[in-house]
Design a protein around this ligand. Structure first.
Ligand SMILES: Nc1nc2c(c(=O)[nH]1)N[C@H]1C(S)=C(S)[C@@H](COP(=O)(O)O)O[C@H]1N2
Ligand SMILES: [Mo]
Length: 197
């Protein structure tokens, strides 16, 4: 009879970082215009400290496909639990390119010009993926369709929508929000919200 009470103090509490609140919807967070890119026109380029290579939609579809259920934390304080996606693991994708061992950092580039930076060790992790499906539907354009990156262990501004390239770097450079005061790494459980530089 007290089940409801105890459930409301649920096991999920540990999954919600300090300063965050649960949302049931899926807020859209976009700076600027939303680029309209069709699957057949989508391209993804790798450059910098990696052998330059351009991939098409079909190239990505031919890679191993995986399913993911992850929690998503936006620095503006909403968190959404158990978001279901399909896509390509970063660790699987990395088998298709040649990265120079000097690459320690990278820049995510998007249609529309958004950028965000990430360290190689935060990028090349098992739980990160390129997403093309959200809750069993083609990834909606507002959520970054046709393809976005998802990096569950960092704040969602690192999960670049309309992704179209990755530039490998020999040192950290700052992306769009990072140049505008956000933390260079952005780990939600450490509350790395703002830059300390
Ligand atoms: N290209 C691009 N990617 C982006 C953004 C953006 O403005 N442009 N916003 C980021 C932020 S701040 C968040 S919280 C998430 C939001 O993803 P959603 O709109 O699918 O909820 O996308 C991230 N990726
Ligand atoms: Mo965000």
């Amino acid at each position: 009879m007290f089940g409801g009470l105890f459930q409301s103090r649920s096991p999920n509490r540990d999954r919600i970082p300090k300063g965050q609140r649960l949302t049931n919807g899926f807020p859209i967070m976009t700076y600027g215009d939303t680029p309209q890119i069709k699957r057949q026109d989508w391209q993804f380029r790798v450059w910098g400290l990696a052998t330059e290579k351009t991939f098409t939609w079909d190239d990505f579809m031919a890679m191993p496909q995986s399913e993911f259920t992850i929690d998503f934390h936006c620095v503006t304080t909403w968190s959404k639990l158990d978001v279901k996606w399909k896509g390509i693991k970063v660790t699987d994708f990395l088998k298709y390119i040649e990265v120079d061992p000097k690459a320690v950092h990278l820049m995510e580039h998007c249609y529309g010009g958004y950028t965000t930076n990430i360290a190689m060790e935060d990028f090349a992790r098992e739980e990160n993926f390129f997403a093309h499906t959200l809750f069993d539907e083609a990834l909606p354009i507002d959520n970054g369709g046709p393809m976005r990156l998802v990096v569950p262990h960092l704040y969602a501004w690192k999960s670049a929508k309309w992704l179209n390239g990755i530039e490998f770097l020999d040192k950290m450079q700052l992306g769009f929000w990072e140049r505008n005061g956000y933390h260079h790494r952005g780990e939600p459980f450490a509350e790395e919200r703002y830059s300390s530089f």
